[in-house]
Design a protein around this ligand. Structure first.
Ligand code: NAI
Length: 299
C-alpha cells in the first residue's frame, strides 16, 4: 500500500459474497486504491465482513505495512450493501465470491448481465467453467475468472481464466488489475480446477483415502506432509481453512468435469462432515476443533 498512488485499472468494484474470499478481495482492492461495494444476500455477513476487513486493515497498519492514515482511507473507500444485483452504471468490475455451485453463479450472472451493462464480470470460482457461467450473460466477452487464494492479501498468485468468448481487452485489463493490487496474474485454461486446484487435488484426495482406510489419523497425516514435503499446512489443515463446504464441491466438480475419472473421485466422508455442519475454522470444528481460531484436538 505504500508508495505513489496510481489510478487502478478498475477504480470502482463490487464484491458479491462477504465470506472468506469476498472479505480478502475487498481488503486487497480497497488497499490498492479502488472504491469497493461489499455486498452479500445476508445482512449479517456484510456487517461481519466489513468489521473483519476494517480490523485487518488496521492490523496491517499496526504492523507497519501501511500508515494509519492509509488504513483509514482504505476503510473509507468501502461501502456495504445487501442488494448484490442493484442496477448501477458506476461499477467497473464485479468480483463474485458466492457459493461454489454452477446454478447459483449462473442465476447471479444472468441478473448482473442486465443490471450492470458496463461492468466486467469476474468469478472467483475455484473449479467451475467460466464459459458455462458466461453462457447466461448477453455479452459473454466481458466475463472472466479471477481466482484469488486464501488468505487473499498474502497469497500473491491469482489465476486469470478467460472463457471461450472472453475478449482480449478484458483479459489484458484483468491482468493489469491483479498487478495493480501487487499480486501476480497467472493465466490458466478454463478446464476443471484450472491449474492450481487440478495440480493440488492429489494431496487432499489421497489424504482422505488414507484416513478412510484408517492408516493414520488427521494430525499424523498433516505432520508428515508438513515435515516431509516442506509445506506450511497439511491437507486437513488446509481443508479446514478453506471450509469443507468449499473444498468438497471443488473436488467434486473437478471429478465431474473429467467425466467421473475414478482417479479423481472425492471421498464420501467429507460430504458427511459437510452435512453435519463440520465445515472447518468457520464453524469452529472440521477435521480439528478450534478454540480462539487455533486448532485443538482432532475430531
Ligand atoms: P463463504 O461460504 O465463506 O462465503 C460465501 C458468501 O456468499 C456467504 O456470505 C453467503 O451469504 C454469500 N452468498 C451465497 N449465495 C449468494 C448469492 N446468490 N448472492 C449473494 N451472496 C451470496 O465462501 P468462500 O470460501 O468465500 O468461497 C466463495 C467462492 O470463492 C467459491 O466459489 C469458492 O470456490 C471460491 N474460493 C474459495 C477459497 C477458499 O479457500 N475458501 C479459495 C479460492 C476460491
Amino acid at each position: 500500500m505504500r508508495g505513489s498512488v496510481r489510478m487502478p485499472p478498475f477504480p470502482r468494484i463490487r464484491v458479491i459474497g462477504a465470506g472468506t474470499m469476498g472479505r480478502g478481495i475487498t481488503q486487497l482492492a480497497a488497499g490498492a486504491g479502488c472504491t469497493v461495494e461489499l455486498t452479500d444476500q445476508s445482512a449479517s455477513a456484510v456487517d461481519d465482513g466489513m468489521a473483519f476487513v476494517a480490523r485487518m486493515l488496521q492490523r496491517s497498519a499496526a504492523k507497519g505495512l501501511s500508515t494509519p492514515d492509509e488504513a483509514e482511507a482504505a476503510i473509507g473507500r468501502i461501502r456495504t450493501g445487501v442488494d448484490p444485483t442493484a442496477p448501477s452504471d458506476e461499477i467497473d468490475l464485479v468480483i463474485e465470491a458466492v457459493a461454489e455451485r454452477i446454478d447459483v453463479k449462473q442465476r447471479l450472472f444472468a441478473t448482473l448481465s442486465g443490471a450492470l451493462p458496463g461492468a466486467v464480470l469476474a468469478s472467483n470460482t475455484s473449479s467451475l467453467s467460466i464459459t458455462a457461467i458466461a453462457s447466461v450473460v448477453a455479452d459473454p466477452s466481458r466475463v472472466i475468472g479471477l481466482h484469488f487464494f486464501n488468505p487473499v492479501p498474502l497469497m500473491k498468485i491469482v489465476e486469470v481464466v478467460p472463457g471461450t468468448r472472453t475478449s482480449p481487452d478484458v483479459l489484458t485489463a484483468a491482468r493489469a488489475f491483479v498487478e495493480h493490487t501487487g499480486h501476480t496474474p497467472v493465466q490458466a485454461k478454463d478446464s476443471p480446477g484450472f491449474l492450481v486446484n487440478l495440480l493440488g487435488r492429489g494431496l487432499p484426495t489421497e489424504a482422505l483415502a488414507v484416513l478412510d482406510e484408517d492408516v493414520a489419523d488427521v494430525a499424523d497425516i498433516d505432520r508428515i506432509v508438513r515435515d516431509m514435503l516442506h509445506l506450511k499446512m497439511g491437507p486437513f489443515e488446509l481443508m479446514d481453512l478453506s471450509g469443507l463446504d468449499v473444498s468438497h464441491p471443488v473436488l467434486e466438480s473437478i471429478w465431474k468435469g473429467f467425466y467421473g475419472d475414478e482417479r479423481l473421485r472425492p471421498a464420501g466422508s467429507t460430504q458427511v462432515r459437510v452435512s453435519a455442519g463440520l465445515l472447518g475454522r468457520k464453524s469452529g470444528e472440521g477435521f480439528y476443533r478450534y478454540a480462539d481460531g487455533f486448532p485443538q484436538v482432532p475430531s
